[in-house]
Design a protein around this ligand. Structure first.
Ligand code: NAP
Length: 365
């Protein structure tokens, strides 16, 4: 093991998001995967033996991980003894149990960076898109106090993958004084967002499924939390932004698209102002010069038939949100199309960026 790197575990390492973590963390300058965890049925076996047949990444399983023995997610003491940070992306039906497991890890001194939805509605758990709400990390000390966590223990979460393709563009406009009051969003979500094996091929080839369980509620509520202010003891949830969402599953492998109409509260920017704000957007997190931070968090693309998942999802290591087709809306003020890579920016890449932020801010040492 490289002693300069922070040893990390992945809870749910055999799944779609876990595999993406393993791919993105190969040769990462700050983190080293020392422990891979999954369900009891996988536990005790070599990673390559369990995952080899269902590995979905376009690069090979890294040698440093292939021969690790899988641990059970619930072996909290043993896993914690090997690392300082855990990426949580395991999936079970009992969300209360996921909440408890993540906080149990935090109680052993782990920083938990979670992709699961279980802790997202907890007001003291920052739901971080660092380009937007870095200041929500001020809540961590209070979270530690209320939950009796040691100084190194904490839980932070990433939002749902459906919202990355429009929330940062909305934030950029609000940052420049153009408050948004209404959003009507239709998402076209990729198959990898449903995990492995996910949606049956006969249900989705030559088809669109106009329902994804639980997704519309998350798409309507999570941007509101992220775009709210926080003090160091509480989240002050805003009430002036309403979102209506329709979420669909489409036969695309990676890359969630959002079709968005937006209404401004009072001041309405011109089309050119919106494009300039998006293309010139620079967030405070850039100052940290983090390995997973994209050169541009938002890219406006002028080509009339873009963004498209296959052509635009990988922009800047899959971490940039690509927007296009800005035009007037006959019902609200403007409409546009947004796209982001769901397993990179929307899952593992976003989780890694959040962990890098924790290190940069001295919350993880
Ligand atoms: P997935 O492919 O179905 O993987 C599920 C993982 O959970 C596997 O590692 C599995 O291990 C583990 N697991 C299943 N039952 C378990 C149990 N009883 N105890 C412990 N571990 C268990 O799902 P995914 O797409 O990677 O999603 C994982 C999480 O990330 C979910 O909460 C999901 O909502 C969230 N997320 C996904 C995406 C995306 O784009 N896919 C984006 C954002 C967030 P075994 O192999 O041993 O069964």
């Amino acid at each position: 093991m490289n002693n300069n790197k922070i040893p990390v575990a992945i809870l749910g390492a055999t799944g779609m998001v876990g595999q993406k973590y393993i791919q993105l963390l190969e040769n990462h300058p700050m983190f080293e995967v020392v422990c891979v965890c999954a369900s009891a049925k996988s536990s005790g076996q070599k990673y390559i033996d369990v995952v080899g047949p269902k590995w979905q990444m376009r690069t090979a399983i890294p040698d440093s991980v292939a021969h690790l023995k899988i641990n059970d997610v619930f072996n909290i003491r043993e896993v914690s003894s090997k690392c300082r940070l855990v990426f949580s992306c395991f999936e079970i039906d009992d969300k209360d149990l996921i909440q408890k497991v993540e906080f149990d890890y935090a109680k052993t001194g782990m920083a938990v960076v979670s992709n699961a939805s279980a802790n997202r509605s907890n007001d003291l758990v920052p739901m971080l898109i660092p380009e937007i709400n870095l200041h929500h990390l001020d809540l961590i000390h209070h979270q530690q106090k209320i939950n009796n966590l040691p100084k190194s223990g904490m839980v932070i979460v990433k939002p749902n993958c459906s919202i990355q393709s429009f929330t940062t563009p909305i934030f950029a406009l609000e940052k420049e004084g153009f408050k948004v009051s209404q959003l009507i969003v239709s998402t076209l979500q990729a198959l990898s967002g449903a995990g492995y094996p996910g949606v049956a091929s006969l249900d989705v080839i030559d088809n669109i499924v106009p329902f994804i369980g639980g997704e519309e509620k998350k798409t309507e509520e999570e941007p509101v939390k992220i775009l709210s202010k926080a003090t160091d003891t509480k989240l002050v949830l805003r009430t002036d932004l309403k979102i209506s969402a329709t979420c669909t599953r489409v036969p695309v492998v990676d890359g969630h698209t959002a079709l968005v109409s937006m209404k401004f509260e009072d001041k309405i920017p011109t089309e050119q102002e919106i494009k300039d704000i998006w293309n010139n957007f620079r967030s405070d997190v850039k100052e940290f010069e983090l390995p997973s931070s994209p050169a541009k968090a938002i890219k406006y693309i002028e080509i009339e038939n873009r963004p498209q998942p296959r052509k635009d999802r990988d922009r800047d290591k899959g971490m940039t949100c690509t927007v296009g087709r800005l035009r007037k809306c006959n019902v609200l003020d403007y409409k546009f199309v947004g796209l982001s890579h769901n397993t990179v920016r929307g899952a593992a890449g976003g989780g890694i960026l959040n962990a890098e932020v924790l290190v940069a801010k001295g919350l993880v040492k």
